[in-house]
Design a protein around this ligand. Structure first.
Ligand code: ADP
Ligand code: F6P
Length: 512
């Protein structure tokens, strides 16, 4: 699409997501009535990427209102016009009680569906009381469906994001005009049929998702697994494995894959704007002289952080000459705190870092520098730029945007103006788990790892650090081409294109 205004949505757009694009907070912790209210703008990723599209469409966005002051600024219908002062679209906030959040978000979404889809079925058993969680999950999905119905017309395109809304498509279908389109993007993996057998509500979940006209996944593998699960677990569904269609209960759902991208140019610009990446290292107590390995993750058991630490320990065992010379900076963001598996992971990661550091560290050097500090996106880009090797080792990850952010931020010396997009570029090496969606895109030029094979993982780290500069540059150039071409805008465009084709198979942006 050569339209500079970004991907065009073909109808009136209603986005549904758990996280909202704008949050209102009281400025002071004191929370007094006269406390002024500040608004957090979308910081990155999906919300930041979708925001301009919803603005352009003058659409509606329905999301959980989780800011302290969100409902102090909304009207009687829980709606507020955003962005502040520009009033481009309606943000409809859903107010959830503590109990609803605890069961719908922390419970069913993140202790049943998340572990199920990331192939950790034992964690579902650990949660135990999923029945109550599921009641809340259904209730919250109904509340979102009711909100969609308040805004939808026959021309609407409802675009649902992620696993928090597995039941919503059918609930929405029951409430809105038949001509409206319901599309959904499932941002996490889809499990194998063997694992899906552990889903306590398999039929209801599949029925819910088959309320969609279009269901999107990052990669073909997840779409195929979904079709296999439908075939095995849902009586009455007719699956067309060639055309990726499912007929069920008088409706047809089409599957489509579109690997999500990032706003590559922004990362590139941020990285170029960093004057002295070495100075950033000093802020974390890392000597600017070191060869730098970098990890950036939410503290999530799917990210393979303990496996990474084990490989680093093996690496330092085998390469004494790297002690004092190579430092691994691990930036981790606590996530979904309070869930036992996340608490255990945090404890394990912190204690392993301490143990490895006391084993190899010296007075003036630590092998692993670990921080949970918040780092703004601009600085993060500086760290990506400075990294000699970026290590991404999930046990399973739907896509992994950090891999792409690293590539987009891997800029060389000098200014990009006048040069081809993304030029000049740097020569960092990406170590990437074969179990990520990102690997399907970048695997040919990344150094591939199996995170559970500690010896091989450590050996690949050695390979990456020993790689000749010309080889590093060739690989990085190729990865940058992918990340700049298949960016966030291209991903959205591909989804809207699939939506257009639902109505008229001859209509496609490719023909523009
Ligand atoms: P997930 O959606 O599972 O968290 P992704 O890699 O797809 O994984 O996306 C994570 C997003 O969160 C990226 O935009 C990344 O920059 C940001 N992020 C993750 N960890 C950190 C961190 N420690 N500090 C700052 N930002 C982070
Ligand atoms: O990738 C799945 C996802 O739920 C994203 O939608 C979200 O941005 C990220 O994980 C962080 O999770 P949470 O919204 O639970 O903090």
């Amino acid at each position: 699409d050569d339209d500079d205004n970004g991907p065009g949505c073909p109808g009136s757009l209603i986005v549904v997501s758990n996280r909202q694009p704008y949050r209102h907070e009281y400025e002071s912790e004191s929370e007094g009535d006269d406390g002024s209210i500040v608004v957090d703008e979308p910081a990155g990723g999906l919300t930041a990427g979708l925001d301009p599209v919803v603005q352009e469409a003058n659409g509606t966005w329905i999301a959980w209102g989780d800011g302290e002051a969100d409902f102090a600024v909304t009207d009687a219908n829980d709606c507020v016009s955003v962005p502040p002062g520009e009033d481009a679209y309606t943000l409809h906030r859903i107010d959830l009680s503590e109990e609803a959040v605890s069961s719908y978000y922390y419970g069913f979404s993140n202790q049943v569906l998340w572990p199920l889809c990331h192939e950790f079925p034992d964690l579902i058993e650990e949660r135990g009381d999923w029945a109550n969680d599921f009641e809340w999950y259904r209730t919250v999905n109904e509340r979102f469906a009711d909100a969609v119905a308040e805004h939808a017309t026959a021309e609407s395109i409802v675009w649902i994001q992620d696993y928090h809304f597995g039941l919503a498509p059918r609930l929405i279908r029951e409430r809105i005009p038949k001509a409206a389109t319901i599309a959904h993007f499932w941002h996490i993996p889809w499990p194998t049929p063997e694992t899906f057998a552990e889903c306590p509500v398999s039929e209801e979940l599949l029925e819910g998702l088959l309320g969609n006209d279009l269901l999107g996944f990052h990669v073909d593998r997840y779409a195929r697994l979904f079709l296999e699960c439908v075939e095995q677990y849902l009586d009455g569904a007719v699956v067309d494995h060639e055309e990726w269609l499912v007929d069920y209960d008088e409706g047809t759902t089409r599957l489509a894959t579109a690997a999500m991208g990032i706003d590559a140019e922004t990362y590139d610009e941020h990285a170029r704007a960093v004057e002295d990446p070495d100075a950033l290292l000093e802020e974390f107590g890392v000597s600017p002289e070191v060869t730098l390995g970098l990890g950036v993750d939410r503290l999530d058991y799917s990210k393979g952080i303990p496996e990474r630490l084990a490989a680093l320990e093996r690496f330092f065992e085998r390469n004494p000459d790297r002690r004092g010379e190579f430092t691994f900076l691990q930036k981790a963001t606590p996530s979904r705190t309070g869930i036992p598996a996340y608490e255990r992971l945090g404890d394990l990661v912190r204690s392993e870092v301490t143990r490895i550091n006391s084993r190899f560290g010296t007075d003036d050097w630590q092998p692993i520098v670990y921080t949970e500090e918040y780092v703004p996106q601009e600085k993060l880009c500086g760290l990506y730029r400075r990294a000699d090797v970026m290590v991404i080792s999930p046990l399973l990850d739907g896509m992994n945007l950090v891999a792409q952010e690293f590539v987009a931020s891997c800029v060389g010396e000098g200014s990009a103006s006048g040069a081809a997009p993304g030029e000049p570029h740097g020569d960092g090496v990406l170590l990437l788990s074969e179990r990520t969606g990102a690997h399907e895109r970048l695997g040919a030029d990344a150094v591939t790892i199996d995170p559970t094979d500690t010896d091989a993982f450590a050996a690949e780290l050695e390979t990456a650090l020993a790689m000749p500069a010309s080889e590093r540059r060739r690989r990085m150039r190729s990865m940058r081409t992918d990340v700049f071409e298949a960016d966030l805008e291209a991903w959205m465009d591909s989804q809207f294109d699939s939506i257009r084709r639902l109505h008229d198979p001859s209509e496609s942006n490719d023909d523009d």
